[in-house]
Design a protein around this ligand. Structure first.
Ligand code: HMG
Ligand code: MG
Length: 297
Protein backbone atom coordinates (compact mmCIF):
# COMPACT_ATOMS: atom_id res chain seq x y z
CA UNK A 1 0.00 0.00 0.00
CA UNK A 2 1.29 3.57 -0.70
CA UNK A 3 2.17 5.12 2.55
CA UNK A 4 0.39 8.43 2.28
CA UNK A 5 -3.26 9.44 2.53
CA UNK A 6 -4.78 12.88 1.98
CA UNK A 7 -7.21 13.88 4.70
CA UNK A 8 -10.09 16.17 3.87
CA UNK A 9 -11.50 17.62 7.07
CA UNK A 10 -15.25 18.33 6.84
CA UNK A 11 -16.10 18.87 10.53
CA UNK A 12 -16.62 22.65 10.37
CA UNK A 13 -19.15 22.07 7.57
CA UNK A 14 -20.63 18.55 7.68
CA UNK A 15 -20.22 18.48 11.45
CA UNK A 16 -21.63 21.83 12.38
CA UNK A 17 -24.46 21.90 9.81
CA UNK A 18 -26.18 19.29 11.93
CA UNK A 19 -25.87 20.89 15.36
CA UNK A 20 -29.21 21.80 16.88
CA UNK A 21 -27.93 25.18 18.03
CA UNK A 22 -25.66 27.31 15.92
CA UNK A 23 -22.10 27.53 17.17
CA UNK A 24 -20.75 31.10 17.51
CA UNK A 25 -18.66 32.33 14.58
CA UNK A 26 -15.62 32.83 16.83
CA UNK A 27 -15.74 29.15 17.86
CA UNK A 28 -15.91 28.04 14.22
CA UNK A 29 -12.88 30.18 13.48
CA UNK A 30 -10.97 28.75 16.44
CA UNK A 31 -11.93 25.21 15.45
CA UNK A 32 -10.58 25.66 11.92
CA UNK A 33 -7.37 27.30 13.18
CA UNK A 34 -6.82 24.46 15.65
CA UNK A 35 -7.34 21.85 12.92
CA UNK A 36 -4.82 23.62 10.73
CA UNK A 37 -2.29 23.78 13.55
CA UNK A 38 -2.76 20.01 14.00
CA UNK A 39 -1.56 19.60 10.41
CA UNK A 40 -4.81 19.47 8.41
CA UNK A 41 -4.17 20.90 4.91
CA UNK A 42 -7.58 20.45 3.22
CA UNK A 43 -10.56 21.77 5.11
CA UNK A 44 -14.19 22.36 4.26
CA UNK A 45 -14.72 25.44 6.36
CA UNK A 46 -18.41 26.13 5.78
CA UNK A 47 -21.16 26.16 3.19
CA UNK A 48 -22.81 28.79 0.99
CA UNK A 49 -26.18 27.08 0.81
CA UNK A 50 -29.48 28.81 1.43
CA UNK A 51 -29.35 29.95 5.10
CA UNK A 52 -33.06 29.20 5.36
CA UNK A 53 -32.17 25.56 4.76
CA UNK A 54 -29.05 25.48 6.95
CA UNK A 55 -29.20 28.36 9.45
CA UNK A 56 -26.25 26.86 11.36
CA UNK A 57 -23.88 27.99 8.59
CA UNK A 58 -25.48 31.35 7.76
CA UNK A 59 -22.28 33.10 8.89
CA UNK A 60 -20.18 31.49 6.11
CA UNK A 61 -18.75 34.75 4.79
CA UNK A 62 -17.78 35.91 8.29
CA UNK A 63 -16.16 32.59 9.22
CA UNK A 64 -13.88 32.68 6.19
CA UNK A 65 -13.11 36.35 6.48
CA UNK A 66 -12.29 36.19 10.18
CA UNK A 67 -9.94 33.25 9.80
CA UNK A 68 -6.21 33.68 9.86
CA UNK A 69 -5.55 31.78 6.62
CA UNK A 70 -2.35 29.89 5.94
CA UNK A 71 -0.88 29.85 2.41
CA UNK A 72 -0.35 26.09 2.34
CA UNK A 73 -3.90 25.19 3.42
CA UNK A 74 -6.79 24.68 1.02
CA UNK A 75 -9.99 26.16 2.46
CA UNK A 76 -13.13 24.98 0.69
CA UNK A 77 -16.90 25.41 1.06
CA UNK A 78 -20.07 23.92 -0.41
CA UNK A 79 -21.74 25.94 -3.16
CA UNK A 80 -25.12 24.80 -4.54
CA UNK A 81 -25.80 27.52 -7.14
CA UNK A 82 -24.63 30.87 -8.55
CA UNK A 83 -26.07 32.72 -5.57
CA UNK A 84 -23.79 30.64 -3.37
CA UNK A 85 -20.82 31.33 -5.65
CA UNK A 86 -21.50 35.05 -5.38
CA UNK A 87 -21.22 34.76 -1.58
CA UNK A 88 -18.08 32.59 -1.87
CA UNK A 89 -16.43 35.32 -3.96
CA UNK A 90 -16.74 37.73 -1.04
CA UNK A 91 -14.23 35.58 0.83
CA UNK A 92 -11.57 35.05 -1.84
CA UNK A 93 -11.51 31.26 -1.34
CA UNK A 94 -9.74 29.32 -4.06
CA UNK A 95 -11.73 26.09 -3.84
CA UNK A 96 -15.42 25.21 -3.66
CA UNK A 97 -17.42 21.97 -3.75
CA UNK A 98 -20.64 21.17 -5.59
CA UNK A 99 -22.88 18.32 -4.48
CA UNK A 100 -25.80 16.19 -5.55
CA UNK A 101 -27.19 12.73 -4.91
CA UNK A 102 -27.24 9.49 -6.86
CA UNK A 103 -30.86 8.92 -5.74
CA UNK A 104 -33.73 11.07 -6.96
CA UNK A 105 -35.61 11.49 -3.67
CA UNK A 106 -32.60 12.51 -1.57
CA UNK A 107 -31.54 14.96 -4.27
CA UNK A 108 -35.01 16.47 -4.19
CA UNK A 109 -35.20 16.72 -0.42
CA UNK A 110 -31.66 18.08 -0.10
CA UNK A 111 -31.48 20.58 -2.95
CA UNK A 112 -35.06 20.86 -4.13
CA UNK A 113 -34.47 19.65 -7.68
CA UNK A 114 -34.56 16.48 -9.73
CA UNK A 115 -31.22 15.02 -10.77
CA UNK A 116 -31.72 16.23 -14.35
CA UNK A 117 -32.60 19.75 -13.17
CA UNK A 118 -29.46 19.82 -11.01
CA UNK A 119 -26.90 19.25 -13.78
CA UNK A 120 -27.26 22.63 -15.53
CA UNK A 121 -27.23 24.46 -12.19
CA UNK A 122 -23.97 22.81 -11.14
CA UNK A 123 -22.51 23.12 -14.62
CA UNK A 124 -22.80 26.90 -14.51
CA UNK A 125 -21.29 27.04 -11.03
CA UNK A 126 -18.34 24.84 -12.03
CA UNK A 127 -17.73 26.77 -15.26
CA UNK A 128 -17.87 30.17 -13.57
CA UNK A 129 -15.65 29.04 -10.69
CA UNK A 130 -13.03 27.50 -12.97
CA UNK A 131 -13.06 30.61 -15.18
CA UNK A 132 -12.15 32.59 -12.05
CA UNK A 133 -9.27 30.24 -11.26
CA UNK A 134 -10.97 28.26 -8.50
CA UNK A 135 -10.68 24.49 -8.10
CA UNK A 136 -13.94 22.61 -7.74
CA UNK A 137 -14.53 19.39 -5.86
CA UNK A 138 -17.68 17.27 -6.32
CA UNK A 139 -19.77 15.07 -4.04
CA UNK A 140 -22.10 12.22 -4.91
CA UNK A 141 -24.39 11.56 -1.94
CA UNK A 142 -26.39 8.40 -1.18
CA UNK A 143 -23.79 6.36 -3.08
CA UNK A 144 -24.33 3.28 -0.89
CA UNK A 145 -28.00 3.70 -0.02
CA UNK A 146 -30.77 6.28 0.23
CA UNK A 147 -32.91 7.08 3.28
CA UNK A 148 -36.03 7.15 1.07
CA UNK A 149 -35.33 4.63 -1.71
CA UNK A 150 -33.11 2.06 -0.03
CA UNK A 151 -30.66 0.57 -2.49
CA UNK A 152 -28.95 2.81 -5.01
CA UNK A 153 -27.44 1.19 -8.09
CA UNK A 154 -23.75 1.44 -8.88
CA UNK A 155 -24.70 2.61 -12.37
CA UNK A 156 -26.58 5.58 -10.86
CA UNK A 157 -23.47 6.49 -8.83
CA UNK A 158 -21.20 6.13 -11.85
CA UNK A 159 -23.53 8.26 -13.99
CA UNK A 160 -23.51 11.21 -11.58
CA UNK A 161 -19.75 10.84 -10.98
CA UNK A 162 -19.09 10.98 -14.71
CA UNK A 163 -21.30 14.04 -15.15
CA UNK A 164 -19.47 15.90 -12.38
CA UNK A 165 -16.04 14.98 -13.75
CA UNK A 166 -17.08 16.11 -17.24
CA UNK A 167 -18.18 19.44 -15.80
CA UNK A 168 -14.59 19.89 -14.60
CA UNK A 169 -14.48 18.95 -10.92
CA UNK A 170 -10.98 17.68 -10.04
CA UNK A 171 -12.22 14.93 -7.70
CA UNK A 172 -15.50 13.32 -6.71
CA UNK A 173 -16.06 12.32 -3.11
CA UNK A 174 -18.31 9.26 -2.96
CA UNK A 175 -20.63 9.72 0.00
CA UNK A 176 -22.23 7.19 2.29
CA UNK A 177 -24.61 9.87 3.51
CA UNK A 178 -26.53 7.68 5.94
CA UNK A 179 -23.78 5.21 6.83
CA UNK A 180 -25.35 2.06 5.41
CA UNK A 181 -22.39 0.78 3.38
CA UNK A 182 -20.50 -2.36 4.37
CA UNK A 183 -16.91 -3.24 3.43
CA UNK A 184 -17.61 -5.82 0.71
CA UNK A 185 -19.94 -3.44 -1.11
CA UNK A 186 -17.56 -0.51 -0.62
CA UNK A 187 -14.59 -2.40 -2.06
CA UNK A 188 -16.59 -3.68 -5.01
CA UNK A 189 -18.02 -0.24 -5.83
CA UNK A 190 -14.66 1.51 -5.54
CA UNK A 191 -12.90 -1.09 -7.70
CA UNK A 192 -15.46 -0.45 -10.41
CA UNK A 193 -15.39 3.35 -10.03
CA UNK A 194 -11.56 3.34 -10.07
CA UNK A 195 -11.62 1.29 -13.28
CA UNK A 196 -13.88 3.89 -14.85
CA UNK A 197 -12.42 7.14 -13.49
CA UNK A 198 -9.07 6.44 -11.82
CA UNK A 199 -8.23 6.49 -8.09
CA UNK A 200 -6.67 9.96 -8.28
CA UNK A 201 -10.08 11.49 -9.07
CA UNK A 202 -12.03 9.78 -6.29
CA UNK A 203 -12.35 10.14 -2.51
CA UNK A 204 -14.28 8.28 0.19
CA UNK A 205 -16.79 10.07 2.45
CA UNK A 206 -18.12 7.77 5.14
CA UNK A 207 -20.59 8.36 7.92
CA UNK A 208 -20.33 6.00 10.87
CA UNK A 209 -24.04 5.62 11.56
CA UNK A 210 -23.90 1.84 11.87
CA UNK A 211 -20.32 1.44 13.04
CA UNK A 212 -18.91 0.40 9.66
CA UNK A 213 -17.09 3.67 8.92
CA UNK A 214 -13.47 2.65 9.50
CA UNK A 215 -14.00 -0.83 8.05
CA UNK A 216 -15.28 0.93 4.94
CA UNK A 217 -12.16 3.11 4.83
CA UNK A 218 -10.04 -0.03 5.01
CA UNK A 219 -12.01 -1.59 2.16
CA UNK A 220 -11.65 1.59 0.07
CA UNK A 221 -7.90 1.68 0.83
CA UNK A 222 -7.61 -1.89 -0.45
CA UNK A 223 -9.43 -0.85 -3.61
CA UNK A 224 -6.88 1.96 -4.09
CA UNK A 225 -8.52 5.12 -2.67
CA UNK A 226 -6.05 7.53 -1.05
CA UNK A 227 -8.23 10.54 -0.07
CA UNK A 228 -10.75 10.39 2.76
CA UNK A 229 -13.15 12.89 4.29
CA UNK A 230 -13.59 12.89 8.04
CA UNK A 231 -14.88 15.09 10.79
CA UNK A 232 -13.22 16.11 14.04
CA UNK A 233 -14.69 14.23 17.01
CA UNK A 234 -17.12 12.45 14.65
CA UNK A 235 -19.48 15.41 14.46
CA UNK A 236 -21.95 15.52 11.65
CA UNK A 237 -24.78 14.38 9.43
CA UNK A 238 -27.09 15.67 6.76
CA UNK A 239 -30.24 17.37 8.12
CA UNK A 240 -32.08 16.32 4.94
CA UNK A 241 -31.30 12.62 5.40
CA UNK A 242 -33.34 11.15 8.26
CA UNK A 243 -31.21 8.95 10.49
CA UNK A 244 -27.90 10.36 9.24
CA UNK A 245 -25.30 10.73 11.97
CA UNK A 246 -21.67 11.73 12.26
CA UNK A 247 -18.89 11.30 9.77
CA UNK A 248 -16.02 8.98 10.63
CA UNK A 249 -13.96 10.83 13.17
CA UNK A 250 -10.67 12.35 12.09
CA UNK A 251 -8.97 11.16 15.29
CA UNK A 252 -10.10 7.54 14.70
CA UNK A 253 -9.08 7.65 11.04
CA UNK A 254 -5.65 9.09 11.80
CA UNK A 255 -5.06 6.57 14.61
CA UNK A 256 -5.86 3.68 12.26
CA UNK A 257 -3.79 5.03 9.36
CA UNK A 258 -0.73 5.81 11.51
CA UNK A 259 -0.97 2.33 13.01
CA UNK A 260 -0.86 0.93 9.48
CA UNK A 261 2.30 2.94 8.74
CA UNK A 262 0.42 5.40 6.52
CA UNK A 263 1.41 9.08 6.75
CA UNK A 264 -1.17 11.84 7.05
CA UNK A 265 0.93 14.86 8.03
CA UNK A 266 -1.29 15.33 11.08
CA UNK A 267 -0.36 15.27 14.79
CA UNK A 268 -2.84 13.01 16.56
CA UNK A 269 -2.39 14.62 20.01
CA UNK A 270 -3.30 18.02 18.61
CA UNK A 271 -6.38 16.56 16.94
CA UNK A 272 -7.44 15.03 20.23
CA UNK A 273 -7.03 18.43 21.93
CA UNK A 274 -9.24 19.91 19.20
CA UNK A 275 -11.89 17.23 19.69
CA UNK A 276 -11.79 17.92 23.45
CA UNK A 277 -12.19 21.65 22.71
CA UNK A 278 -15.39 20.83 20.77
CA UNK A 279 -16.69 18.73 23.65
CA UNK A 280 -16.22 21.68 25.98
CA UNK A 281 -17.92 24.05 23.54
CA UNK A 282 -20.89 21.75 22.89
CA UNK A 283 -20.98 20.52 26.47
CA UNK A 284 -21.40 16.86 25.60
CA UNK A 285 -19.44 13.72 24.88
CA UNK A 286 -18.74 13.36 21.14
CA UNK A 287 -18.60 10.09 19.20
CA UNK A 288 -14.87 9.74 18.44
CA UNK A 289 -13.49 6.63 20.17
CA UNK A 290 -9.87 7.78 20.04
CA UNK A 291 -10.93 11.10 21.56
CA UNK A 292 -12.51 9.23 24.47
CA UNK A 293 -9.43 7.02 24.90
CA UNK A 294 -6.80 9.76 24.64
CA UNK A 295 -8.30 12.98 25.97
CA UNK A 296 -6.90 14.35 29.21
CA UNK A 297 -9.62 14.80 31.75
P1 HMG B 1 -34.47 26.77 -3.21
O1 HMG B 1 -35.28 27.28 -2.08
O2 HMG B 1 -35.10 25.82 -4.17
O3 HMG B 1 -33.78 27.98 -4.01
O4 HMG B 1 -33.21 26.09 -2.61
P2 HMG B 1 -34.29 29.02 -5.02
O5 HMG B 1 -33.27 29.09 -6.10
O6 HMG B 1 -35.74 28.76 -5.38
O7 HMG B 1 -34.24 30.37 -4.14
C1 HMG B 1 -35.12 30.64 -3.06
C2 HMG B 1 -34.57 31.79 -2.22
O8 HMG B 1 -33.35 31.37 -1.59
C3 HMG B 1 -34.19 33.04 -3.03
O9 HMG B 1 -34.39 34.16 -2.18
C4 HMG B 1 -32.72 32.87 -3.24
O10 HMG B 1 -32.02 34.08 -3.44
C5 HMG B 1 -32.29 32.24 -1.94
P3 HMG B 1 -35.73 35.06 -2.29
O11 HMG B 1 -35.76 35.49 -3.70
O12 HMG B 1 -36.86 34.14 -1.94
O13 HMG B 1 -35.48 36.14 -1.28
N1 HMG B 1 -31.07 31.41 -2.14
C6 HMG B 1 -29.92 31.58 -1.50
N2 HMG B 1 -29.53 32.44 -0.54
C7 HMG B 1 -28.25 32.34 -0.11
N3 HMG B 1 -27.35 31.43 -0.58
C8 HMG B 1 -27.74 30.56 -1.53
C9 HMG B 1 -29.06 30.62 -2.02
N4 HMG B 1 -29.71 29.90 -2.94
C10 HMG B 1 -30.95 30.39 -3.01
N5 HMG B 1 -26.85 29.67 -2.01
C11 HMG B 1 -30.98 25.26 -2.58
C12 HMG B 1 -32.24 25.41 -3.40
C13 HMG B 1 -30.08 24.27 -3.30
C14 HMG B 1 -30.29 26.59 -2.46
C15 HMG B 1 -31.39 24.72 -1.17
O14 HMG B 1 -32.12 23.56 -1.34
C16 HMG B 1 -30.20 24.45 -0.28
O15 HMG B 1 -29.55 25.39 0.18
N6 HMG B 1 -29.93 23.16 0.00
C17 HMG B 1 -28.75 22.79 0.78
C18 HMG B 1 -29.08 21.72 1.79
C19 HMG B 1 -27.78 21.34 2.47
O16 HMG B 1 -26.91 22.16 2.69
N7 HMG B 1 -27.65 20.04 2.81
C20 HMG B 1 -26.49 19.56 3.49
C21 HMG B 1 -25.27 19.55 2.65
S1 HMG B 1 -25.13 18.12 1.59
C22 HMG B 1 -24.46 16.88 2.61
O17 HMG B 1 -24.39 17.05 3.80
C23 HMG B 1 -23.94 15.64 1.97
C24 HMG B 1 -22.41 15.59 1.91
O18 HMG B 1 -21.82 15.69 3.19
C25 HMG B 1 -21.96 14.26 1.29
C26 HMG B 1 -22.63 13.02 1.92
O19 HMG B 1 -22.56 12.85 3.14
O20 HMG B 1 -23.20 12.28 1.13
C27 HMG B 1 -21.85 16.70 1.01
MG1 MG C 1 -21.65 14.07 4.64
Amino acid sequence: MDNRVTLFEVGPRDGLQNEKDSVPTSVKVELIERLVSAGIRHIEATSFVNPKWIPQLADAVDVLNQLHREDDVVYSALVPNLKGLERARQTGIREIAVFMSASESHNKSNINKTIEETYPVLQEVVEAAIAEGMRVRGYVSTAFGCPYEGEVSLSAVARVTEKLLRMGVYEVSIGDTIGVGTPGQVKERFISLIEQFGAARLAGHFHDTRGTGLANVYAALEAGIRTFDSSIAGLGGCPYAPGASGNISTEDLVYMLHGMGIETGVQLEKLVETGAFMERVLNRTLPSRVLQAMKKT
